[in-house]
Design a protein around this ligand. Structure first.
Ligand SMILES: Cc1ncc(C[n+]2csc(CCOP(=O)(O)OP(=O)(O)O)c2C)c(N)n1
Length: 625
């Protein structure tokens, strides 16, 4: 029987002889590698956090003690030892366990996550709540050096340092975000590391010098004088100490004894503590150690070779965007690109290589990315900010207050808009049309395919005002690309099919499904109109009016929440036009969080694929006939 087989709960970790913990870590790694190679998932971060997880569960008593994982993409070992080993094969699958901590899944998942940098604030809140409700226990926030680049993390630290009450923050430092970490803080953490190495060197040198009879002593005096000159320079963790935390570390995050000893110590402290743990991303799987960015979040792959399964016939939307922006920027030197720690994910890695001086990775700092872009625009540049739809939720006030109110020409590129798949509800980008549409001065577009995307990008950078383009995760449609990019007529929809029995107004990727649905209906003898709206704002009111007058049965389709989205815009406009005798149905994401699952299956479940759209259009036509 393997050691892991004996672990039913964290209690069993405490009972194991110390020498069995390392073999257990090996077993856990093997299982994680095997499962992620089949299901896909966050491999490198999980492999780096195995010993850390075991040490935390050895010392702390979850669920009474609360372990709050930041982002949560490193929680697989935690799930394996907190009673979810038998369901582990279902991770990220429809109906399976989540790839992130989820409060409804287990009492050991203290706080739900997916977006980064929430752990310190949440942990501090839990600590206060424990005290106020008379409960006892420890609270530990585990945050990566990437997640620590966000303002939110510092807001938490700032408040915790002020409250001066017990809180344990574990900084899991692997020098990587998804890509190598960026920023002054990252440099600072590196200096702590260098300082630690220096201190070790110093101790060893001192011992060596002391051992040399005669000359050793005078050499030691000279060395100590030099040391005084640099005093404080290497004092590790000064920054955190100044913020009111006791700094402990750096600790080797793969040495279980060291981790356990450190946690045992800080558990006794009664004030805010930061434990700086050094880990290696991808630890124990050579391809992931060599290329942690690729293995950060990965689809199924071959364990032997490390090669990702499946081939892509068409480029991804992200890649098309990255290429198109690089081309536009070569012709217009005012164009600059900004990412919030997602250079590869957003396709901006290409831009970064081609035009490094015009590329900014600001770290996991979406609100800053938006306001920084506003500043760049106020200074005469044309910033393009590429952020996933769900992460841009963080920049809402900045979009309104810093960009749109001042009519600044910032282009927002919202990747992963719509259903994203296995990452689930934290990552589905289904709210952006609702959180953007009501903002004055903002032009909002969504392409039906990659050729339209490149023209929309050209439209946006030439607009001289704020603009947003949203497109889905994954591969594009594989349509031929025009040689030259051109600006599209503003607010002009495209009629894809003309009929007079039912009209389908769709936006973005949904227009592809709508067109297929229209073809199906036509084959059945119905005469549908299908419109690709292209622009959510300004909406093409002329087309809407003329179609509505001819075909008073209208179905709207979007991969966004029905509330406040594209369909709402159509409804509001029709109401404002005062046309009578209309029947309108809105297809979109109903009022609820969409679970994890496969992109295409989820779309079908919600009724947003061609089949579902055809069904809804047919019902609408028949009802009114
Ligand atoms: C608000 C937000 N922006 C971006 C992301 C995408 N993202 C997921 S993990 C990650 C890097 C995290 O780095 P770190 O905290 O150091 O953890 P590691 O993976 O290195 O263990 C990023 C940028 C996110 N989850 N949330």
């Amino acid at each position: 029987m393997s050691i892991l087989q004996q672990i039913k709960s964290p209690e069993d970790i405490k009972k194991l002889p110390l020498e069995e913990l390392n073999p257990l870590a090996d077993e856990i790694r093997e299982l994680i590698i095997e499962r992620v190679s089949l299901n896909g998932g966050h491999l490198a971060s999980n492999l780096g956090a195995v010993e850390l997880t075991l040490a935390l569960h050895r010392v702390f008593d979850s669920p009474q003690d609360r372990i709050v994982w930041d982002v949560g993409h490193q929680c697989y070992a935690h799930k394996l030892i907190t009673g979810r080993k038998d369901e582990f094969h279902t991770i990220r699958k429809p109906g399976g366990i989540s790839g992130f901590p989820k409060r409804t899944e287990s009492p050991h998942d203290a706080f739900g996550t997916g977006h980064s940098s929430t752990s310190i604030s949440a942990a501090l809140g839990m600590m206060e709540a424990m005290r106020k409700t008379g409960n006892t226990g420890e609270v530990v926030a585990v945050i990566g050096d990437g997640a620590m680049t966000a303002g939110l993390a510092f807001e938490g630290l700032n408040h915790a340092g002020h409250l001066k009450k017990k809180l344990i923050v574990v900084l899991n430092d692997n020098d990587m975000s998804i890509s190598p970490n960026v920023g002054a803080l990252s440099g600072y953490l590196n200096r702590i590391m260098t300082g630690a190495l220096y201190n070790k060197f110093k101790k060893e040198t001192k011992q060596l010098l002391e051992g040399i009879p005669g000359v050793g002593e005078s050499m030691l005096r000279v060395a100590q004088r030099a040391e005084d000159t640099f005093k404080g320079f290497f004092a590790p963790g000064m920054l955190f100490e100044e913020l009111g935390f006791e700094y402990m570390g750096p600790v080797d995050g793969h040495r279980l004894e060291a981790l356990i000893e450190t946690f045992e110590r800080v558990k006794k402290f009664d004030w805010p503590t930061l434990v700086h743990v050094i880990t290696k991303k991808g630890r124990g799987y050579e391809p992931a150690e060599r290329n942690p960015s690729l293995f950060h979040g990965i689809g199924p792959f071959d364990i032997e070779t490390g090669l990702v399964a499946g081939k892509k016939e068409a480029p991804s939307y992200s890649r098309v965007f990255g290429n198109a922006l690089t081309e536009l920027a070569r012709a217009d030197e005012r164009i600059v690109a900004i990412t919030a720690a997602m250079a590869e994910g957003t396709g901006l890695d290409e831009f970064a290589r081609a035009l490094p001086r015009r590329f900014y990775d600001v770290g996991i700092a979406e609100p800053h990315a938006v306001t920084f872009a506003a500043g760049l625009a106020a200074g005469g540049l044309k910033p393009v900010v590429a952020i996933y739809s769900s992460f841009l939720q963080r920049g809402y006030d900045q979009i309104i207050h810093d960009v749109c109110l001042q009519q600044l020409p910032v282009v927002f590129v919202l990747d992963r808009a719509g259903i994203v798949g296995e990452d689930g509800p934290t990552h589905h980008g289904v709210f952006d049309l609702s959180y953007l549409r009501h903002i004055p001065n903002l032009t909002i577009m969504a392409p039906r395919h990659e050729n339209e995307l490149q023209h929309m990008l050209k439209t946006a950078v030439e607009l001289n005002g704020p603009a947003a383009i949203r497109f889905p995760r994954g591969k594009a449609m594989g349509v031929p690309m025009d040689e030259e990019m051109h600006a599209l007529p503003l607010g002009k929809a495209e009629i894809l099919m003309e009929g007079n029995e039912v009209a389908i107004f769709a936006i973005g990727n949904s227009a592809n499904h709508a067109l297929k649905a229209g073809e199906r209906l036509a084959a059945e003898g119905l005469r549908p109109t299908v419109v690709d709206a292209r622009f959510v704002k300004p909406l093409d009111l002329n087309t809407l009016r003329s179609v509505a007058e001819r075909t008073p049965r209208i179905l709207t389709v979007e991969e966004n929440a029905v509330q406040g989205g594209f369909g709402s815009a159509v409804l509001e406009s029709l109401a404002w036009m005062g046309l009578s005798g209309l029947t309108v149905r809105n297809l979109g994401i109903p009022d609820g969080f969409v679970p994890a699952g496969y992109q295409s299956e989820l779309l079908a479940d919600i009724g947003l694929d061609a089949e579902g759209i055809a069904r809804a259009a047919r019902d609408l036509a028949v009802q009114v006939r």
